[in-house]
Design a protein around this ligand. Structure first.
Ligand SMILES: Cc1cc2nc3c(=O)[nH]c(=O)nc-3n(C[C@H](O)[C@H](O)[C@H](O)COP(=O)(O)OP(=O)(O)OC[C@H]3O[C@@H](n4cnc5c(N)ncnc54)[C@H](O)[C@@H]3O)c2cc1C
Ligand SMILES: NC(=O)c1ccc[n+]([C@@H]2O[C@H](COP(=O)([O-])OP(=O)(O)OC[C@H]3O[C@@H](n4cnc5c(N)ncnc54)[C@H](OP(=O)(O)O)[C@@H]3O)[C@@H](O)[C@H]2O)c1
Length: 268
């Protein structure tokens, strides 16, 4: 890891690469620089240098949520490959030992402290929008604040249910079937695929499940603003639609330092 005091970013080596779906989904870990502190749910700006001019600052930067916990000794990111994208195919090509640049300042407001600190915490995400929730789930304070945590992960196909072992381990008090609901008194994991049937699960978009009440039925918990604190992350169209439905039920983000019951992060 190298850094110059006047640089707004640090360079750090990739230590691990994991392929979840070849050519589409991967995660990578890098060494964490002391002093890079963040709140679970925030994102970093990652930069890739031009291999022809490795001494120069990156000109290409993209936002990536931290998947690793705020106290983990490493940083982990979870990424899709957009085949025509400028950044993600190059990120996907990194191997252990290659260098990644990271802006020293973490960003973002998809953090649990923006929400009322009681009731049920719903972590609803599509695709790579699961990432920040994995970081949030590592926070002890979150488990202390909320009665129950419900993770809803919407993907196109079953193989895109990344980190499902991590999530099933959190739910290990409960019977666990290959793809279906897993849960215990404090935690529930709802994997939802839209382009493939998962045994026992609806094959529907998350917005449909919110609107028709099936999500609340699956969780056996009402999606009402008195009790539910909701995060939405991932596909911006999903977020626009879900946000509208939830607003009509009385959900609203916090304002001017006051906590709310809705927090959102668009990925593009
Ligand atoms: C706050 C924030 C946090 C983000 N965190 C992550 C993250 O943790 N992991 C991650 O993979 N991406 C994340 N993104 C998106 C990321 O910054 C890049 O846009 C993405 O990696 C693609 O970069 P690109 O240059 O290859 O393509 P871009 O030119 O940036 O994107 C091209 C198109 O690809 C699609 N697209 C972009 N990102 C995604 C995605 N994540 N899933 C599905 N389709 C997508 C959209 O249609 C977009 O218009 C985040 C974005 C924001 C704003
Ligand atoms: N490298 C490759 O081979 C490859 C292959 C495929 C995709 N990709 C890249 O990956 C990107 C897609 O990633 P992704 O599948 O994680 O993201 P996505 O298109 O956002 O889909 C994730 C989930 O969100 C759902 N969704 C989409 N729009 C919604 C809306 N308005 N309301 C509610 N739910 C909605 C999808 O349902 P639906 O199924 O109903 O849309 C799906 O279940 C593509 O843009 C492409 O760049 C790469």
């Amino acid at each position: 890891m190298t850094t110059l005091p006047d640089e707004k970013f640090f360079r750090t080596p990739v230590t691990d690469v994991r392929t979840w779906v070849p050519g589409k989904l991967f995660s990578l870990r890098v060494e964490r620089q002391p002093g890079f502190d963040f709140t679970a749910g925030q994102f970093a700006r990652l930069g890739l240098q031009d291999p022809a001019t490795p001494e120069e600052a990156p000109t290409l930067w993209r936002a990536y949520s931290m998947v690793s916990g705020a106290s983990d000794p490493y940083l982990e990111f979870y990424s899709v490959v957009v085949p025509e994208g400028q950044f993600s195919p190059r990120l996907a090509a990194l191997q252990p030992g290659d260098m990644l640049c990271i802006d020293r300042t973490p960003f973002g407001f998809l953090t649990a402290d923006r929400l009322h600190q009681n009731g049920d915490l719903w972590l609803i995400g599509t695709g790579t929008g699961l990432g920040p929730y994995l970081s949030i789930l590592k926070e002890q304070s979150v488990w202390q604040a909320f009665d129950r945590i419900i993770v809803v992960h919407g993907v196109r196909h079953a193989d895109e249910l990344a980190y499902r072992d991590t999530l099933s381990n959190l739910a290990d008090q409960a019977p666990w079937c290959d793809w279906g609901v897993a849960g215990n008194d404090r935690f529930l994991y709802l994997p939802i695929a839209t382009r493939e049937a998962l045994p026992g699960m609806p094959q529907e978009r998350l917005t449909t499940l919110i609107e028709n009440g099936d999500l609340a039925r699956l969780a056996d918990s009402p999606l009402d603003p008195q009790r539910a604190r909701v995060m939405l992350c991932g596909n911006p169209d999903m977020i626009t639609q879900a946000r509208k439905m939830l607003s009509e039920r009385g959900f609203a983000p916090g304002r001017r330092g006051a906590q709310g019951n809705l927090a959102v992060e668009n990925y593009w």
